[in-house]
Design a protein around this ligand. Structure first.
Ligand SMILES: Nc1ncnc2c1ncn2[C@@H]1O[C@H](COP(=O)(O)OP(=O)(O)O)[C@@H](O)[C@H]1O
Ligand SMILES: [Mg+2]
Length: 350
């Protein structure tokens, strides 16, 4: 009798072991694939900011060219760059699609002499902050107020919906790509807030269109920052805070601490306007991300998962999360949603 029950147990164990082993193997395999996927999506995740096609400071490389060349000088710019057509304009720069040795490049020129200081500040920032988050600098001529950068045919992030709605990019118009783009955007803020120069605030950001126009959408569907003309430095240890310009800011898009605190009771006066810090960028994250996530299958599910962190971004400045915390949360949401998509019934199976 005892032997029979023992045999039945052994039988049962023998029957159960293979499926359990297969299940464990399947889970391991999926985890391995997810690991590879996240390594592919974030090559620099958990490492120093390694860039695969980077050149040393003062050099650039375009397209598939192997060697790095020094940034083009005034003479080379004048001699070898040909303007083709105007592709954009903001307050500070007029931007032209141009050609340099069969490469398409973007030539930016100062619009009005009064904004020279902003133009030069932007150029200094471009030189200092070259990384995978920032548009590639190809050359410049300070005397002529000219900057040459890599050309990105999709233009600014404002064009995102237009591009993703084109039939040929339909397969990219997914919650997944859109969440990756939002992660790029928050990664840029994280980079600026922890830059080699210190904590920099993206001040050219008084409304949604304005923010979007400072970033470019690359043809490999990444977001990079392009316009660095208004990036003041916060130094909390030295008690140094900033103000985005000297004029009164209005509207619901800017952070509450950027608004004139005395309302109608007293006219705006710059010297009496209290300064603030990089938390103004955090306040704007939910609005920019909502635009990036758009209106496709799954966008609302992503929004649902981001609800709490976005709520936290709208708290008082001291209570807002850092860009690092927002970034970590975005990555966790991506990871769990991808996991759920790859093996939706994994929990039921176990
Ligand atoms: N490298 C580029 N590739 C493609 N479009 C660009 C590039 N640089 C600028 N643009 C276009 O020009 C617009 C204005 O450029 P930007 O540097 O923001 O000027 P401003 O400093 O005057 O705001 C951008 O919003 C974008 O549409
Ligand atoms: Mg701009």
């Amino acid at each position: 009798m005892e032997k029979k029950s023992c045999d039945t147990k052994t039988d049962l164990t023998q029957k159960l072991i293979p499926p359990v082993l297969y299940l464990i193997l399947a889970v391991l395999l999926v985890n391995l694939l997810l690991y590879q996927y996240f390594n592919y999506v974030y090559p620099s995740y958990g490492q120093a900011d390694v860039e695969h096609d980077s050149c040393q400071h003062g050099y650039f490389r375009l397209g598939t060219v192997k060697n790095c060349s020094p940034w083009l000088s005034c003479e080379t710019l004048k001699r070898e760059v040909r303007k083709l057509k105007r592709i954009g304009e903001g307050a500070v720069k007029r931007v032209f699609l141009s050609e340099w040795k069969e490469n398409k490049v973007a030539l930016s020129q100062l619009t009005v002499p009064e904004l020279q200081e902003d133009f030069i500040h932007g150029l200094q920032m471009l030189k200092s902050l070259q990384s995978r988050h920032v548009v590639k600098l190809v050359g410049y001529c300070e005397e002529e107020f000219t900057v040459l950068t890599e050309y990105h045919p999709f233009g600014s992030l404002k064009n995102l919906n237009e591009i993703l709605n084109l039939p040929k990019y339909k397969s990219f118009n997914t919650w997944h790509i859109r969440l990756l783009l939002a992660i790029d955007y928050v990664s840029i803020l994280h980079y600026l807030h922890n830059s080699p120069l210190g904590t920099l605030v993206m001040c050219d950001s008084s409304d949604l269109d304005k923010v979007l126009s400072q970033y470019l959408l690359t043809s490999s569907f990444h977001v990079i920052v392009n316009d660095l003309d208004a990036l003041p430095l916060v130094d909390k240890n030295a008690g140094r805070l900033i103000k985005c310009g000297h004029r009164e800011l209005q509207g619901a898009f800017v952070a509450p601490e950027q608004l004139w605190p005395r309302g109608n009771e007293m006219a705006f006066e710059d010297s009496l306007m209290p300064p603030y810090d990089e938390m103004t960028d955090i306040w704007k994250i939910p609005d920019v991300s909502n635009f990036i996530l758009g209106d496709v299958d799954g966008s609302d599910l992503v929004r649902f998962h981001l609800f709490d962190i976005h709520g936290a971004c709208k708290r008082s400045p001291a209570e807002r999360p850092s860009a690092q915390t927002v970034l970590d949360t975005y990555k966790k949401v991506l990871e769990s949603l991808v996991r759920e998509t790859v093996m939706p019934r994994r929990r039921d199976m176990l």
